[in-house]
Design a protein around this ligand. Structure first.
Ligand SMILES: C[S@@+](CC[C@H](N)C(=O)[O-])C[C@H]1O[C@@H](n2cnc3c(N)ncnc32)[C@H](O)[C@@H]1O
Length: 370
């Protein structure tokens, strides 16, 4: 099937495939992810400045049809695609040619290629967890690392042991599960980079549909890597009253009892407690969303919400709170305005239409709304 995405036309398998039955993987649902990648690459290149120093090389490490690499090439990047599946490699080569674009297509294990070659930008968009590629990706990427994870159940604590094994962190299944997953993922990537004396700071992240995506700025140096370790820590969560608190530091010092309702507290971590976004960079990405991107409206909405999102490490779901209060929910704009009138900072989040962040704790939220 021939499809158009952005300014390119590529051949992909006829229907959405999982890539596990001898067919090259293609998922039309990931168009937003790819559009945001194109816009992020543009913002990154612009931020890096003058022509001679600007980043030029992009690796699509787990490429399937090569759609990401071809789109990057169409935007002026010197693109390389890699896949272990020979049919995928052949299709990627045809897709470069179909668009009259140059692009190197490598048939290899991405870990082998990434240990051998360096690229300004490395993009890892695999099946499930990206962790098997993380060491090599950090070694290979010179500037920006782009990572997708689709194993949301281990990340958010729904598959607890799997999450602990893969990410070296304790995840907890809370009502902010998508954010828990993102912070577990970023924590693992920050710690992976730190092993190589590299600081990996997230500049834009989002959780959409069934995946988490994060873009990390890489900086060489033990001191810079140490500074990021200071932004890891733990969240204490009460499943009963939704109280939560967080503390920085690699060693957990969990509270035993919820100070709000006295129930047992669960501890998650080490999580990334810093901001998963650089709002200035996110604004620059939004500026780079052009109308030829098929998901332009959705991308702009998501980026504006992310830009405004407070950096607090957990969010609330307004409906969960109203259910506990046994009341009907008010509109989100009024809800946020009430919190602000009571002297708290408050914002919506990109995790869902009924989610919000605030500097108020659960008791202060309740007091402000009653
Ligand atoms: C989810 S698909 C990639 C989708 C693609 N990035 C897109 O946007 O359409 C994952 C791809 O990774 C490839 N893959 C799996 N293990 C790999 C490895 N060790 N090295 C390189 N590619 C690998 C699979 O063959 C598959 O084509």
């Amino acid at each position: 099937m021939r499809i158009e995405e952005g300014s390119i036309e590529v051949e992909v398998p006829g229907e959405a495939t999982d890539g596990k039955e001898g067919e090259v993987f293609y998922n039309p649902e990931m168009e937003l992810n790819r559009d945001l990648t194109v816009a992020t690459l543009r913002a990154y290149r612009e931020r890096e400045g003058d022509e001679s120093a600007a980043p030029t090389t992009y690796l699509d490490a787990t490429a399937a049809s090569g759609i990401r690499g071809v789109r990057a090439a169409a935007d002026g990047w010197t693109a390389t695609t890699c896949d272990v599946d020979p049919e995928a490699v052949e299709l990627a080569a045809e897709n470069f040619e179909r668009n009259g674009l140059e692009g190197e297509t490598v048939h290899d294990d991405a870990n082998v290629l990434m240990h051998q070659e360096r690229f300004d930008v490395v993009d890892v968009d695999p099946f499930g967890t990206p962790i098997p590629f993380a060491d090599a990706a950090v070694r290979s990427a010179q500037g920006l690392l782009c990572v997708t994870a689709t194993d949301t159940a281990p990340l958010c604590g729904a598959h607890f042991e799997s999450g602990v094994r893969k990410y070296g962190a304790v995840p907890r299944n809370t009502e902010y599960h998508a954010e828990m997953g993102l912070r577990v993922l970023v924590s693992a990537l920050v710690r992976t980079a730190a092993k190589f004396d590299v600081a990996a700071r997230p500049v834009f992240s989002h959780v959409t549909d069934h995946y988490a995506r994060t873009y990390l700025d890489l900086e060489q140096g033990a001191r810079a890597a140490n500074a990021l370790l200071d932004e890891l820590g733990h969240v204490d969560h009460c499943q009963h009253c939704l109280y939560r608190d967080h503390e920085r530091g690699l060693l957990a010092d969990p509270g035993e009892e919820c100070p709000h309702c006295g129930h047992h507290l669960q501890t998650a971590g080490p999580l990334w407690l810093g901001d998963p976004h650089d709002p200035e960079f996110v604004a620059a990405v939004r500026e780079q969303v052009t109308d030829d991107l098929g998901t332009a409206d959705r991308a702009r909405d998501l980026l504006s919400t992310v830009e405004e999102e407070l950096s607090a490490p957990t969010h609330y779901d307004q409906h969960r709170l109203y259910k506990r209060w046994n009341e009907s929910a008010v509109g989100m704009d009024d809800f946020l305005a009430t919190l602000r009138d009571a002297g708290h900072e408050a914002s919506g989040t990109h995790y869902g239409g009924t989610t919000f962040k605030t500097t108020a704790d659960v008791a202060e939220i309740e007091a402000a709304l009653h």
